[in-house]
Ligand binder design. Structure first.
Ligand SMILES: C[S@@+](CC[C@H](N)C(=O)[O-])C[C@H]1O[C@@H](n2cnc3c(N)ncnc32)[C@H](O)[C@@H]1O
Length: 393
């Protein structure tokens, strides 16, 4: 039986009956002779090609991302949506780029299905580019990845924690401090604007899965500068909405409510949700894209504080992309796993892990609310016990 390394602290090597067959399979796939045979044999050729293409996509993925980033930075998708197909020379003139590199970018984007080559040698939107046209939230998300790409330039330095020029850690300053309430407003603005721009993607999922009309008072914890609160208030005319976020962010939420003419129903409170008491009396608390930013100990502290703040029988709606989501596994463990590592705190969690944390914090009757696009966000609804809110543990 094949030998594998023992886990730290254990003397005996750990083995499993599957180790032998899997080692045989690994040796087969690692053999150039076997791969040559599989590529030539008619019944395995399709599989060999698919595997080779899969490996190539992993090799070239960074290039794909940068082609997409260049298209977004040039506002190419909006331009083609507004003005229709364009020739390479028209685009090169508009962007003041060399014709040769403009053509290179356009052909690269065609191969990625971001664009399509149209009659008369023009370029129009492709099936993957069209949904990006005019979506400010997606564009903002894509553009802020420039910071992540800097962190990933040396992946081993990231894994060792020795990255020199912090990209995402600087972008999300609350992840690197135990006193986030002291952060000045100007350090909170870039990420808060990004969250507001991309919030419609999440709000669509949340409000589609869980209409808010049955609630009286909503507390959006870590609610950013109030983008979701406004959508929530507009979707449920009788709802009072309160945002709790860091002081600099809450001040921006207050401004948004005034500008939207919603100040009579929407308010904002500033503080640190890990140390300051949350406003009490809500019958619904939302935690949208908040929990994955924090380690288990902080999440438990936050969930217990939420439970204390809710009225007996109140509900918590937690929404974020979940690890292990069928069909979107790379989004959780690959993308968010690495993203949050670069950010400096937090982890993607599976539904099961969140259920455990919710139970430990005293929530019950947890159920998953089906969302239309789990890649964007999954939602869990949990309840506080109907009676007293004491003994939160
Ligand atoms: C990833 S953003 C999500 C914002 C918003 N819920 C959304 O989905 O657009 C996380 C939010 O949590 C807030 N936050 C992080 N740590 C906090 C803390 N200790 N106390 C209060 N707010 C905090 C941040 O300021 C930020 O607005």
């Amino acid at each position: 039986m094949a030998r594998v390394d023992a886990p730290p602290g254990s003397a005996a090597p750990v083995t499993h009956w599957l180790d032998g067959p899997l080692a045989w399979r690994d040796r087969l796939l690692a053999s150039a002779a076997f791969r040559r045979w599989a590529q030539a044999f008619p019944l395995t050729r399709w599989l060999a090609r698919r595997r080779a293409a899969g490996v190539f996509d992993l090799v070239a993925g960074f290039v794909y991302s940068q082609v997409l980033l260049a298209c977004v930075q040039l506002r190419l998708f909006e331009l083609l949506l507004d003005e229709g197909p364009q020739s390479a020379s028209a685009l090169a003139g508009r962007w003041q780029l060399p014709l040769m590199s403009t053509e290179r970018l356009l052909r690269a984007a065609v191969a990625l299905k971001l664009l399509e080559h149209r009659p008369h040698d023009r370029y129009g939107l492709g099936p993957l580019g069209a949904p990006l046209a005019g979506d400010a939230g997606l564009a903002a998300m894509i553009e802020h990845h420039a910071a992540l790409y800097r962190d990933l330039a040396e992946p081993l330095a990231l894994l060792r924690g020795t990255t020199r020029d912090a990209g995402l850690a600087a972008y999300w300053p609350y992840a690197g401090t135990d006193a986030p309430q002291t952060l000045p407003a100007e350090r909170l603005k870039a990420y808060s604007d990004l969250m507001a721009a991309s919030q419609p993607l999440v709000a669509d999922q949340v409000l589609g899965a869980y209409p808010l009309r049955r609630h009286r008072r909503l507390l959006d914890v870590g609610g950013g500068n109030g983008a979701f609160a406004c959508r929530a208030a507009q979707s449920a005319p009788g709802l009072q909405v309160q945002v709790f976020d860091l002081p600099g962010v809450a001040a921006a939420a207050h401004q948004r409510f005034e500008q939207a003419g919603l100040s009579d129903r929407c308010t904002a409170v500033g503080g640190d949700f890990l140390h300051d008491p949350l406003p009490v009396g809500a019958d619904l608390v939302t935690l949208l894209r908040v929990v994955h930013d924090h380690d288990d100990a902080r999440v438990l502290r936050l969930l217990r504080a939420v439970r204390q703040a809710l009225v007996p029988g109140g509900s918590l709606l937690l929404a974020e992309p979940l690890a292990g989501t069928p069909g979107a596994e790379r989004m959780g463990d690959t993308y968010f796993g690495v993203y949050l590592l670069a950010m400096g705190r937090g982890e993607p969690r599976s539904e099961q892990r969140l259920r455990e944390l919710l139970a430990e914090a005293g929530f019950a009757r947890v159920r998953r609310l089906p969302t239309a696009l789990p890649l964007q966000a999954s939602a869990l609804l949990a309840k506080t016990p109907d009676t007293s809110n004491v003994n939160v543990g």
